[in-house]
Design a protein around this ligand. Structure first.
Ligand code: AMP
Ligand code: MN
Ligand code: MN
Ligand code: MN
Length: 276
């Protein structure tokens, strides 16, 4: 059986391993078809592809785009994108552009809560100068002894209602879908079980996503419970969407699951890779 892992991160966004190291780890863990999906960034894809070829596994170009939908942040994974698409690159640059200013505001919020120096502290963990994110702040909060690990950092800080969280406008859903499609890719709603919305709102999101040309949803992702996997398999069937699978691996000690850990897709869904 072919093993797919179509969602993970490298040092080109907020992962801990280089694209080469992720490729080698994926291969050694039995992944046959692998996509690197860094946040709002494609700069790691060339290295990833070369390393995947060397390791004898198939590589799919990917990226995870940040989107604002009402007051919720969504992540849309693009698979099979052409990174040379000018429209995609302009779109990704527009998403990345706000990150520095947002990070300044996050640092101001933490300073008001008695944690000074967070911008500089987070910046030390940034491995791609174009891409500062909350994970870098989480690593700084661990280092400074405020929390025991990055998961607790997100429970006490950096999330809505907590110090270090600031609202931010990302791309719109239709923009993200258009950029992915213009670049020849498939658009996948990432980790749907993680969004803080009600079931009626999820139905509204899924119909809007499908009507705007969305292709698939992540039925299998490390943050889903068994019940959520079943629920999203059903949603995929009801809404006529394909099903994807990915670990969302970020690096040793920081992730719910390792590369290649996802089981087979549940019966009755059509995989996003059906025509690959
Ligand atoms: P950003 O795009 O800067 O808002 O950062 C989003 C990233 O933060 C996600 O891709 C995860 O890597 C990380 N993250 C968000 N929420 C959590 C959480 N509850 N626990 C661990 N990591 C999280
Ligand atoms: Mn991340
Ligand atoms: Mn995500
Ligand atoms: Mn991710």
């Amino acid at each position: 059986m072919t093993r797919y892992d179509l969602h993970c991160h490298s040092t080109h966004s907020d992962g801990l391993l280089s694209p080469t190291a992720v490729a080698q780890r994926a291969a050694s863990r039995g992944v046959d078809v692998w996509a690197l999906t860094d946040h709002d960034e494609t700069s790691g894809l060339a290295e990833a592809r070369a390393a995947a070829n060397a390791a004898g596994i198939r590589f799919i170009n990917g990226a995870e785009l940040s989107v604002s939908w009402h007051d919720v942040t969504l992540h849309i994974v693009g698979l099979g994108i052409d990174p040379d698409s000018p429209a995609l690159q302009a779109g990704l640059q527009s998403i990345r552009q706000g990150r520095d200013e947002r990070a300044r505001r996050m640092a101001d919020s933490l300073a008001q809560a008695g944690i000074p120096g967070a911008f500089e502290g987070a910046a030390k963990y940034v491995t791609n100068p174009r891409l500062i994110g909350r994970t870098h702040f989480a690593r700084f909060l661990v280092e400074s002894g405020k929390v025991s690990d990055t998961k607790v950092a997100f429970q006490r800080y950096l999330t809505k209602g907590n110090p270090g969280y600031v609202a931010h406008e990302w791309a719109t859903l239709t923009q993200a879908l258009d950029w992915i499609h213009v670049a020849g890719g498939q658009a996948v709603l990432a980790h749907p079980g993680r969004y803080p919305i009600t079931t009626p709102q999820m139905r509204e999101l899924l119909s809007e996503f499908r009507d705007a040309g969305g292709d698939a949803i992540e039925v299998l992702t490390a943050s889903h419970t068994q019940a959520q996997t079943t629920e999203y398999a059903r949603f995929a069937r009801v809404f006529g969407l394909l099903a994807s699978s990915g670990s969302d691996y970020h690096g040793p000690g920081e992730s719910w699951a390792d590369l290649g850990d996802m089981p087979q897709l549940p019966a009755g869904v059509t995989p996003v890779w059906k025509d690959w």
